[in-house]
Design a protein around this ligand. Structure first.
Ligand SMILES: [Zn+2]
Length: 67
């Protein structure tokens, strides 16, 4: 099974957790306020989510469809 990933995860400098930075807000941080990206890198989480696989195939119609 192919592995897919989701980028834009950040490390919060306040609660030391990972949070997804692709939403309109930064969510609620247990340490108070919203999560803070600070100087965090952009982390990509790997997974085998089939819904991400389907979205990827929709964008790649020219890749051929033999199965
Ligand atoms: Zn936080």
């Amino acid at each position: 099974m192919a592995i897919f990933g989701q980028a834009n995860w950040r490390y919060c400098t306040k609660c030391f957790g990972l949070w997804f930075n692709g939403n309109p807000t930064n969510g609620v941080c247990p340490a108070g306020g919203a999560h803070s990206a600070g100087t965090s890198s952009n982390y990509l989480l790997a997974g085998d989510n089939t819904s991400l696989q389907a979205a990827d195939e929709e964008n790649g119609e020219e890749a051929g469809g033999n199965s």
